[in-house]
Design a protein around this ligand. Structure first.
Ligand SMILES: *Cc1c(COP(=O)(O)O)cnc(C)c1O
Length: 385
């Protein structure tokens, strides 16, 4: 057997084989998969903006104006007026000097980390950081160290061990704000204080906080009162709560200028379609106009947690829209996901290597477009397992 078919066979044997569902509806609570309708709890569309009529209309208007493809990278001729407006609006939203658009969050993280550190530098990452952050650190040629999850003591020890480092070498500390597979929140204020004290630069990935946390969705740093001085590098994505696509990095004027010169995943890729930027501008306005969406999401989270606790489900310490139910083994997680699907409910089973061994889980994610009745339907589904 060839090496590839051997590896595929092993994946199947271990219950780790991945397959895709083919969707034929917009992203929304009721989705159509292979001609069957399901009530879904799997998307990161936390505010229900991915198919919001105003966002769709803004996209269409911009497509009439700009066409579809941007046709070039930002530095060549792909940087349209609407991209520029979006960068300004994002910077204002998160209270930073400037923001820079990237075509995806994965690319933003790889590009930013690699622009900021390289051989001779050190990067410290939370053990449970998103794969894009870990990959960015691993390929940077900087010394790469993981600290224990949300453990500021562990980080502090490692930073002190690295003291007496060569002058002019950079130290970067990187964390998710909300952890994507657990839903818990990093101790951002403490991390910021430690980084200041140890002269390290702090980068926070707010993919799951931007849009849902803070004043009118300004994000997790805003929710904790952390300014650009406290957290110099802020990254967030647009494909989650904002319902569109892409990502941005925000910080000082100097940081952004530097990234324009140095971030290879910014320089060597085609700019997002301008219509995506226009749709995102509309999403930003909806964060303000329909701030009930953030409140409703919080109510649904509470309702789900209360119900799940009374069913004795193994919830994690999460107060966010990510509400994983811990199961343990990958086969059991898959079987439970399948049983829910048989009842018309879609919940993704998350297995290693995405999460540590023995912690396979059903990752429930909630959206402001779910109704209270939808939550009760999900709880009923769990009670039948
Ligand atoms: C989704 C996600 C990313 C990647 O963003 P994309 O735009 O989907 O590439 C990065 N970081 C975190 C924490 C994420 O959840």
């Amino acid at each position: 057997m060839s090496a590839i078919s051997q590896k595929l066979a092993n994946k199947k044997k271990q219950g780790l084989y991945r397959t895709r569902r083919v969707l034929s509806s917009p992203q929304q609570p009721m989705v159509c998969v292979d001609d069957v309708d399901y009530l879904a709890f799997c998307s990161n569309d936390y505010l229900g903006l991915a198919n919001h009529p105003r966002v769709v209309a803004a996209f269409k208007r911009a497509a009439d104006l700009y066409g579809v493809g941007s046709g070039a990278s930002h530095l060549v001729l792909g940087h349209s007026k609407v991209h520029h407006q979006l960068e300004e609006a994002l910077a204002e939203k998160v209270g930073r000097d400037r923001a820079l658009l990237f075509s995806s969050g994965y690319m933003a993280n790889v590009g930013v980390i690699n622009a900021l550190v390289g051989a001779g530098d050190t990067v410290f990452e939370d053990k449970l950081n998103h794969a894009s952050l870990l990959d960015g650190g691993l390929i940077s040629k900087a010394k790469f160290q993981r600290y224990l999850h949300n453990d500021t003591e562990s980080l502090h020890r490692k930073l002190i061990d690295g003291e007496g480092k060569v002058a002019e070498s950079n130290t970067l500390v990187v964390t998710d704000s909300v952890f994507s597979m657990d839903g818990d929140v990093a101790p951002l204020t403490d991390l910021s204080a430690i980084c200041r004290q140890q002269d390290a630069m702090l980068m926070v990935d707010d993919a799951h906080g931007f849009g849902v946390m803070g004043e009118k969705g300004a994000g997790a740093l805003n929710a904790n009162g952390l300014t650009q001085d406290d957290v110099p590098v802020l990254m967030a994505t647009l494909g989650k709560a904002l319902g569109t696509a892409g990502a941005f990095v925000a910080g000082s004027d100097e940081l952004i200028e530097y990234l324009i010169q140095e971030a290879r995943t910014y320089i060597y890729t085609t700019a997002l379609p301008p219509a995506v930027a226009a749709a995102t501008l509309e999403s930003l306005q909806i964060l303000v106009d329909e701030s009930w969406r953030q409140d409703k999401l919080q109510q649904l989270i509470k309702r789900f947690r209360l119900g799940a606790q009374s069913l004795g489900l193994n919830l994690m310490a999460s107060s966010t829209a990510i509400q994983p139910v811990l199961v343990g083994g990958p086969d059991k997680a898959l079987a439970m996901s399948q049983k829910l699907q048989d009842q018309g409910l879609l919940v993704t089973a998350i297995r290693p290597p995405t999460v540590p061994k023995g912690t396979a889980r059903l990752r429930v994610t909630l959206s402001a477009n779910h109704s209270e009745e939808n939550i009760d339907q999900l709880l009923d589904g769990f009670s039948c397992l």
